[in-house]
Design a protein around this ligand. Structure first.
Ligand SMILES: Cc1cc2nc3c(=O)[nH]c(=O)nc-3n(C[C@H](O)[C@H](O)[C@H](O)COP(=O)(O)O)c2cc1C
Length: 648
């Protein structure tokens, strides 16, 4: 299954062309069931700017159903209402909730629903469900997961009512289910009704626990439910529904097993939760723990995962590394869903498909004959550029200065919880070798080699340390974050201690290096100019968990402070607002600051050849891979603007 998720692909609250292409790509890639992004059942719910609304979704549902059915997949429309976890910013009305309990994140107090509001929403669920089936969907999935009014009614955290909807907290969900079943049966008998239910709110003082969930499920399954998808999370653990690599894959297994025990025959159990490895998915099915497996991020990372499994090409599946860097879309930038490893995800209508070229390779070769392409640098940009250039038929040589490939991806993978990133580097390397790229490591490219090469040259030379923003007394022990990460695993003895880490960025690097050193026994002070450590981690959902981990490991969080000087006595830091200075005891200073492009060779060779990724401007793996791919595809379109043509 491709599970329901917010994509930001909607326009004016309607499902768009982009949705159709996005889902078709997964259906043609082998997904058996596509659950379309949740639509609000009623206009009292507008939880994020581009949230679809059921009343505007019929045409989109119909187009998605036709597209995916042609590819052999079932289509389920996710339906829901975010209740008190919504937003009043768009519709400028009070939010609905079971009771007047302020939301943990927004602090907004919802209006407690009156009996007529309850009735209105029950029929909104029914009519939205009927509309989805009438539009051609095979079923509906009601959201009782983390961001949902259904869960808020089921939970002791938010349902404090003393009427019949509070005395039995499952009552609202029961009414919705009953009305939905009746409505869909009226349109098409045999339509599927699924329920996504938080079976662990991670707030045991009043929230749903896995034990409570068994009772809840028992009282709901009799009402014509076809499947149940066990999820976790609530307002108290919003990042817990789809945590990053710091949490073990398959984390919902225990809850799912408990719930399965009370499911009657004929109600399918859908397993969910960081199931990104095919082996785990298979184990869940073969062992009978689940009937279906939801692999959402895994199919954002590789839309053709299903087909690769079916054809025995499991080694070719592009891994989801659970980084959450670009598939989380609820942030101030309002980005489209995408993937660091597969930047075409979410951009299916504008970015070309390298895989299509891969299939064509060998049959057609390159129309204009094989061009000899030289890729300089074997980080993510260079590997993706080489992989795609080889896939479209070029003869590619990749030269890397280091002994190993992967560049900063390998370095970043040394931070705790980020180890899976290594799988992406492995995959890129494997695919390059498979596509016939000639790879030479330990090779420093010279200007003569550049002059002698006949054919395109792409510079993917990455980054170098940036300008130091603090003074260093000569002889003081200084290292970059990359140096510490790269060295850590090779060094057996404990790291130097105490250490000060200067992190003016607030991304995963500074936090990761502090965590790594603390885990290995160093006393660490992490200095940030921001109010919160790891500020940028809000985008990946790791902000709160990272702060918890750092504090549990005893890291001294030195906030709102700037590192001025490092010397034999330690690090001098200044508070940004009070100006107060203090000395932090440290024998090593780790600079996790900004990087600069490593473009020396590019400049020396005339600054005319294409360069991509960090060699242009140091950013993330996402931009490196995106630009590496774009340049490789443009090599096949000589004379074009350099921008690959849109795919159908
Ligand atoms: C971009 C993105 C948006 C999501 N939005 C929603 C959502 O709106 N509603 C929901 O119930 N789950 C949402 N999820 C959670 C997914 O449905 C799924 O439960 C989660 O990704 C864990 O499954 P996975 O590990 O297979 O990705 C979202 C996940 C992603 C990656």
């Amino acid at each position: 299954m491709f599970g329901p998720h917010e994509t930001n692909l909607a326009t004016r609250r309607a499902l768009s062309d982009r949705h159709v292409a996005y889902y078709r790509a997964r259906a043609s890639g082998g997904a058996g069931v596509i659950v379309v992004e949740e639509a609000s059942v009623d206009d009292s719910d507008w939880p994020y700017e581009r949230a679809p609304l059921a009343a505007h979704a019929a045409e989109g549902w119909s187009r998605i159903s036709s597209a995916c059915r042609e590819e052999g997949a079932l289509v389920i429309a996710a339906l829901g209402h975010a209740g008190g976890q919504g937003s009043s910013a768009y519709h400028q009305r009070a939010l609905f909730g079971p009771s007047r309990v302020p939301d943990v994140e927004t602090r907004e107090v919802p209006a407690a629903m009156e009996p007529e509001d309850v009735e209105k929403l029950v029929s909104a669920f029914a009519s939205a469900s009927a509309a989805a089936i009438a539009a051609g969907c095979d079923g509906v999935e009601l959201n009782g997961g983390q961001h949902s009014l259904l869960r808020q009614f089921c939970s002791g955290l938010t349902n404090l009512r003393d009427d019949e909807l509070g005395r039995d907290r499952a009552e609202f969900a029961r009414r919705v289910l009953l009305a939905t079943r009746g409505a869909v049966d009226h349109v098409a008998s045999g339509a599927i009704v699924g329920l996504r239910l938080s079976c662990d709110e991670l707030a045991p003082w009043a929230g749903i626990t896995p034990q409570d969930a068994t009772g809840l499920v028992t009282s709901l399954v009799q009402l014509g439910l076809d499947y149940l998808c066990v999820v976790r999370g609530s307002a108290f653990g919003t990042s817990a529904t789809r945590p990053d690599g710091h949490v073990e894959p398959g984390f919902n297994r225990g809850s799912a097993t408990m719930v399965r025990a009370v499911l009657p025959q004929g109600v399918a159990l859908v397993a969910q939760g960081s199931i990104v490895d095919v082996a785990l998915a298979e184990e869940l099915i073969v062992s009978g723990e689940a009937d279906l497996v939801e692999m959402t991020r895994a199919q954002i990372a590789d839309p053709v995962l299903g087909k690769k499994v079916a054809s025995g090409a499991v080694d070719h599946i592009r891994p989801c590394v659970l980084c959450n860097q670009t598939c989380r879309v609820r942030d101030v930038r309002n980005p489209l869903v995408t993937c660091i490893g597969e930047p075409r995800s979410g951009h299916e209508t504008s970015e070309e498909i390298p895989e299509r070229a891969l299939v064509a390779r060998g049959k057609a070769g390159s129309p204009g004959g094989r061009t000899s392409v030289l890729v300089i640098g074997g980080g993510p940009a260079g590997l993706e550029c080489a992989r795609v250039a080889a896939a479209v038929g070029h003869q590619v040589t990749l030269l890397e200065r280091d002994q190993s490939l992967g560049g900063m991806v390998r370095v970043a993978a040394r931070a705790p919880g980020r180890e899976r990133l290594g799988a992406l580097a492995d995959w890129l390397e494997y695919e390059c070798r498979h596509a016939g790229v000639r790879i030479v490591t330990g090779h420093e490219v010279t200007l003569e080699e550049i002059d002698d090469h006949e054919g395109p040259i792409v510079h993917c030379t990455g980054s170098r340390p940036g300008r130091r923003t603090f003074e260093v007394t000569s002889g003081a022990a200084i290292a970059t974050a990359a140096e510490v990460l790269a060295a850590e695993r090779r060094v057996a003895e404990p790291p130097p201690s105490p250490v000060v880490v200067w992190d003016p960025i607030g991304g995963p690097v500074g936090v990761g290096v502090a965590e790594l050193l603390a885990t290995h026994g160093a006393a660490v002070a992490l200095v940030t100019p921001d109010h919160v450590v790891g500020e940028q981690l809000a985008r990946t959902g790791d902000l709160a968990p990272a702060n918890v981990r750092l504090q549990q490991r005893g890291v001294d969080l030195v906030r709102r402070s700037v590192l001025l000087q490092f010397g034999p006595l330690g690090a001098t830091v200044e508070h940004r607002y009070s100006g107060e200075r203090r000395l932090l005891d440290a024998v090593l200073c780790v600079d996790a600051g900004y990087l600069l492009p490593e473009d020396t060779l590019w400049r020396a060779s005339g600054a005319r050849q294409p360069r991509v990724g960090d060699a242009v401007a140091p950013r993330t793996i996402h931009e490196a891979i995106l630009e590496g791919r774009r340049v490789a595809l443009a090599l096949g379109h000589e004379g074009s603007s350099g921008v690959p043509a849109a795919s159908p």
